[in-house]
Design a binder for this molecule. Structure first.
Ligand code: SF4
Length: 494
């Protein structure tokens, strides 16, 4: 997972890019980068780690220019090393690019580039797309490129690019600095845009616009490219017919609750998920004294669940805010160490009580084992867990870091299950087996039908039901899995 920001303005943009990147730091802590265009040059700086660590006044002063793009990275392809960090730059005709998502057919694009003697410097999946776009643009014309040239080169490039992606790119067209944002036809990964005082801003989440005081104007439409220039209203051009299936996991876990995406408030969706989960839990006839969220993501759903059940909502955990999100630490050993620092319990909220914990999802299960032990140690008499998403049974090939089945905890408790959503019996069997393994008194997942009630628009839920909106070839799956294995060997066991 990653996040990006692009700004075009009447004034220097790098300070605003850095500020906006900090607001979407939760989308990637592995590296950060900023690139601008300034008088025919393309200043670019990338740093490993957090934005605030890598981009102070000295670095920002090296990034002049009125148009630029920024990126925070969590690697779902390639490695957590600086040469894989984004944005990327291509010299001819001079173009910078970053993205959020996964490109599925990198080997095919790389082979085509190699036939033209174009070689890559990284294992990051946006570099081949940028290179192909630049090569196509240069084939159309050697210089003085126009917007029409860029749209044609984009169409040629993206016809050969399979994946789930939102891309931001900047270059000079028609003699003007031009910022482009592109969203794949399924609109799986988010991209929103807005404006403030002569600046146009595009970003992965609306919080990046909020922090700059920009008014959100809407989403980059799936299958479209949004063209942004100084002093002009942005124009949207259709590249393909769209079949919009945004990632439901953004609403469940990834996005900030104060973001809006695809015209929906993330916070409201989380409330609706909590209400649905309360009904599923109540149907089991279980009893609890309090509802406690496992911070931070699950707070809205836990509050809605408590309200629906008529139970007190309590804070039972204090999170050390100076540790990163464990899910997006780049490898398992770093995740495990971070867990020990991450949470402490308030004993009075657990001692002698039947507690109902609420969490967003279970991916690998490592976080949970530690948390449940922590609560048992506080003297809780019963520990129930309710998850406001269905079991994660299938890998995500579209840019969330769970791209191999081996790393997922839930399928290990239903080894015979193939594709398709879980039936009621299978779900209860899985809950039973998994709750025993975790040492819980009960485990309740949100059934997939209830997820659809909470978010009734079309969406991708392939990690829950195996129904992938963009079908993958076996070769593509194999390549993605091998990329993850080679980057994280030996770290994928529950
Ligand atoms: S498979 Fe799951 S995580 Fe991946 S895009 Fe679809 S809903 Fe999101």
């Amino acid at each position: 997972m990653c996040g990006f920001v692009g700004i075009i303005s009447n004034k220097a943009v790098s300070v605003d890019i850095v500020l906006a990147l900090q607001s979407i730091q939760h989308r990637g802590q592995d590296s950060a980068g900023v690139a601008t265009i300034h008088k025919g040059t393309f200043p670019l700086l990338k740093r490993l780690g957090l934005v605030s660590h890598g981009f102070g006044p000295e670095q920002i002063s090296q990034l002049p220019g009125n148009v630029g793009i920024g990126h925070v990275r969590y690697p779902t392809m390639g490695r957590g090393v600086l040469c894989d960090a984004q944005p990327f730059f291509y010299r001819q005709p001079g173009v910078i690019m970053a993205h959020n998502g996964n490109i599925l057919n990198v080997p095919r694009i790389s082979d085509e580039l190699a036939d033209d003697s174009v070689h890559l410097m990284s294992r990051c999946d946006i570099e081949p797309v940028l290179s192909l776009f630049a090569v196509n643009l240069m084939r159309l014309k050697r210089k003085d490129h126009t917007l029409e040239d860029a749209l044609e080169a984009l169409r040629q490039t993206l016809r050969k690019t399979r994946g789930a992606y939102s891309i931001v790119t900047a270059l000079v067209l028609d003699g003007q600095e031009t910022l482009l944002a592109i969203r794949d036809p399924h609109g799986i990964r988010p991209a929103v845009w807005g404006s403030v005082d002569g600046s146009t801003v595009v970003a992965s989440e609306s919080v990046a616009l909020d922090v700059l005081g920009a008014k959100t104007q809407g989403d980059v439409a799936p299958g479209h490219v949004l063209v942004m220039r100084k002093g002009q209203s942005p124009q949207s051009y259709k590249l393909w017919d769209a079949d919009h299936t945004p990632c439901i996991f953004e609403y469940i876990y990834f996005a900030r609750p104060d973001s809006n995406m695809n015209s929906d408030s993330v916070y409201s969706v989380r409330l609706a998920l909590g209400e649905q989960l309360a009904r599923a839990w109540k149907a089991k006839g279980l009893q609890a004294d309090t509802v406690i969220p496992i911070p931070d993501t699950s707070r809205p759903a836990a509050a809605a669940m408590a309200e629906t059940l008529g139970l007190p909502y309590r804070e039972g955990f204090i999170k050390n805010r100076y540790t990163g999100r464990t899910f997006i630490m780049p490898n398992q050993s770093e995740r495990a160490s971070a867990l020990k620092l991450k949470l402490n319990a308030i004993r009075s909220e657990f001692y002698g009580k039947k507690v109902l914990l609420v969490d967003d999802s279970i991916v690998r299960g490592t976080t949970l084992t530690h948390t449940i032990q922590l609560i048992r140690d506080q003297g809780a008499v019963q520990v129930h867990l309710a998850i406001y998403s269905p079991p994660v049974m299938h890998p995500c090939y579209y840019g969330i870091d769970m791209s191999t089945k081996q790393e997922l905890a839930a399928p290990k408790f239903l080894p015979g299950h193939g594709n398709g959503p879980l039936g009621e019996k299978e779900l209860h069997l899985l809950e039973d087996r998994f709750s025993k393994k975790l040492g819980l008194d009960s485990l309740t997942y949100l059934p997939i039908e209830d997820l659809r009630q909470a978010y009734p628009r079309g969406h991708c839920s392939a990690c829950f039901d195996g129904s992938y909106p963009l079908a993958l070839t076996d070769q593509e799956k194999k390549w993605i899995e091998s990329d993850r294995f080679s980057s994280r060997q030996g770290e994928l066991n529950f």
